[in-house]
Design a protein around this ligand. Structure first.
Ligand SMILES: *Cc1c(COP(=O)(O)O)cnc(C)c1O
Length: 398
């Protein structure tokens, strides 16, 4: 192993007394991000004012930072751009795909997909007047459900609740064999393990930066368009910064070069600055090492919990190839158990109706944290200390 995970851990601000197993939902603060954002505010926004768009390279940031993410997702350089939130990027990719497959009316997804992705598809179908439909099948039935009626398959590679991982190459190959397109949502993949969108045959890929990539709350999403489509795709959200010449102020839209056309409006510079600093951590990380370490940690957690908490049921698949970097257990009182854990400093999260979810990020989580979390969970389960009214009152964010 060439990656020094004790060195990466030192690059994060991690609060005392906390074992953070929720970096799959909101990554922690990279120390360099705080300084970088302050510098961007004071030296660039403060001093350069509007000149910073040129002089500090702000206008080029969405593509420059996108290129840094390209390495992490196995994309060709120059084919990833940052902006908006993931839901918006899902919508853009979907609308583009429907336009590229006229005559086909089905968006195919699975019942485990994240609701926002499904909602975006439903909303788009409504906007198009009801001629289109979203079809969802169980995750294990997706391959068989792809057929000649499918315009686009929209799949989140790793299920946000169960941690189940789809086979990117197999589903992409099947989609292409019947003339369909495929969009991969990498929300729980980018920064979780080595991803290969080019090798895996993705037509489009989208993902967020605030989970495993640690850009902070509301950090921008990314979109990848395969080179074979980059010069022909017609973005449904045709914003001025995706125009060929934004400062020509033409009254008619003309798409920009390649993936730049997927940009919509003014980029979030402060969030991009935080992300740019967060990505520095990845410069010293070998993604194969990351995967090996992630599997060692998740195996250790599964073994520890199963040995000490027989009342919790593993819902994440055991085979390495079939999972990402999270582990989920099921329990009818999952919400209260997670609140009790959080009260003891072990932060994971809860996903309705009954899932306790734990994310493992080797950049700052090691065997010691895994063992600590197992011990606290075992104590809570053995003592029943979760069974208190204050742990059962639902907060807005779970
Ligand atoms: C986290 C997540 C989202 C969130 O979308 P935002 O628009 O960034 O809030 C969407 N889809 C999936 C699959 C996710 O995991």
């Amino acid at each position: 192993m060439t990656t020094d995970f004790t060195a990466t851990k030192r690059q994060f601000h991690l609060p005392q007394g906390v074992i953070y197993l929720d970096g799959n939902s909101l990554g922690p603060l990279p120390k360099a991000a705080a300084a970088r954002v302050a510098e961007t505010m004071l030296a660039e926004w403060g001093e350069l004012l509007i000149r910073a768009w040129n002089q500090a390279g702000w206008m080029a940031m969405p593509a420059r930072v996108g290129d840094r993410i390209a390495r992490l997702i196995g994309a060709e350089p120059g084919h990833v751009v940052m902006g908006d939130t993931l839901s918006i990027k899902v919508y853009q990719a979907l609308a583009s795909c429907l336009q590229m497959r006229p005559g086909r009316r089905i968006i195919l997804s699975d019942t485990g997909n994240f609701p926002s992705d499904l909602y975006m598809a439903q909303g788009l179908c409504r906007t198009l007047g009801g001629a289109y439909a979203l079809k969802t099948v169980a995750p294990e039935d997706v391959l068989a459900a792809i057929d000649e009626s499918t315009a686009v398959v929209m799949i989140t590679e790793v299920d946000y609740r169960t941690g189940r991982r789809h086979d990117m190459a197999a589903l992409s190959a099947r989609a292409h064999a019947v003339g369909a397109l495929i969009i991969w949502d990498l929300a729980h993949s980018a920064g979780a393990f080595p991803v290969g969108v080019a090798a895996g045959g993705a037509d489009f890929a989208v993902g967020c930066s605030y989970k495993y990539l640690n850009s902070g709350p509301g950090g921008p999403a990314f979109v990848y368009v395969a080179p074979r489509h980059a010069e022909t795709v017609q973005p449904a959200l045709a914003g001025w910064l995706g125009h060929e010449a934004p400062f020509a102020f033409d009254r008619t839209y003309r798409p920009g070069a390649g993936v730049e056309r997927m940009r919509v409006g003014t980029p979030p510079i402060l969030q991009l600055a935080a992300l740019d600093a967060a990505l520095d951590v990845w410069d010293s990380v070998d993604l194969e090492d990351l995967r090996a370490q992630s599997l060692a940690l998740t195996d250790r957690f599964i073994a520890g919990v199963e040995a000490s908490c027989p009342m919790l049921t593993l819902v994440t698949p055991r085979p390495h190839a079939e999972r990402g970097s999270q582990v989920s257990f099921r329990h009818a009182e999952g919400y209260a158990i997670m609140q009790a854990l959080i009260a003891e400093g072990v932060i994971g999260d809860f996903r309705a109706p009954d899932i306790l979810r734990f994310g493992f990020t080797p950049l700052y989580i090691g065997a010691e944290e895994v063992d600590g979390a197992v011990a606290i969970l075992a104590r809570i389960m053995a003592s029943g200390s979760w069974d208190r009214p204050e742990f059962k009152a639902r907060a807005k964010v779970t």
